[in-house]
Ligand binder design. Structure first.
Ligand SMILES: Nc1ncnc2c1ncn2[C@@H]1O[C@H](COP(=O)(O)OP(=O)(O)OP(=O)(O)O)[C@@H](O)[C@H]1O
Length: 202
């Protein structure tokens, strides 16, 4: 199939997790704190060893060098990492000119110092930084956790549109049932060691 496929993936307490994420669709993942949502995303990004098979458009993760896999399968962790002093140093030169208004920044943001960014500003910029890499797969770990309700809905709207337009297969960790209802094509909840399908296709 095209898109992201997990077959019998095991990591930490999670056992034999299988799910499919077609291009352009959002599969939400929820579950109690500590149940293994972030670790599962890290396994899909080839950041942690795991059992089972992960493939993208039929190509097995194990057959692709990790750095190459992570150019296509991009994870946005809950606490994004920033390496340089200036925001713009984390983006290709062309990114500033295409900066989406929906993110709510003035055009000078590329010249801002990273240290002045609020947690919500970091989160919004981390999402844009991931999108400019033109990924096939996005792994989003609570991408609106630091945003107020108005910003959350406008980010959701923008992000969902980008995911559809760019046909990105997206695994989105979320807690809020209302958000899951708004963005998800399918929703799985972690129950103990397994995933339970809450709604969407099997
Ligand atoms: N590298 C690791 N080795 C062993 N255990 C780990 C490792 N990383 C995380 N854990 C443990 O695995 C469990 C799942 O962690 P994970 O971060 O995936 O939870 P989560 O479902 O994302 O939780 P939250 O909703 O609180 O972010 C936790 O008990 C955590 O302490």
């Amino acid at each position: 199939m095209t898109g992201l496929l997990l077959e019998d993936v095991s990591i930490g307490g999670l056992r034999e997790v299988s799910l499919a994420v077609p291009g352009g669709q959002v599969v939400c993942l929820s579950g109690p704190s500590g149940s293994g949502k972030s670790r599962l995303l890290r396994a899909v990004a080839d950041l942690e060893p795991h059992g089972g098979r992960v493939s993208l458009n039929g190509t097995d993760q194990q057959d692709v060098p990790a750095h190459q896999w992570r150019r296509q399968v991009v994870m946005v962790p809950a606490d994004s990492q920033w390496w340089f002093d200036e925001v713009g140093a984390h983006f290709p030169d062309t990114a500033g000119g295409q900066f989406p208004a929906a993110l709510g920044f003035p055009s000078e943001v590329m010249g801002w110092s990273v240290s002045r960014l609020s947690s919500g500003e970091r989160q919004r910029l981390a999402l844009w930084r991931a999108l400019v890499l033109e990924p096939e797969v996005l792994l989003l770990d609570e991408p609106t956790a630091n945003l107020d309700s108005d910003s959350t809905e406008s980010m959701e709207h923008w992000l969902s549109g980008e995911i559809r337009r760019r046909q990105i297969a997206t695994l989105w960790v979320a807690h809020d049932p209302a958000q899951i209802h708004r963005v998800a094509n399918a929703h799985y909840r972690i129950q103990g060691a397994a995933l339970e399908l809450v709604h969407g296709s099997d």
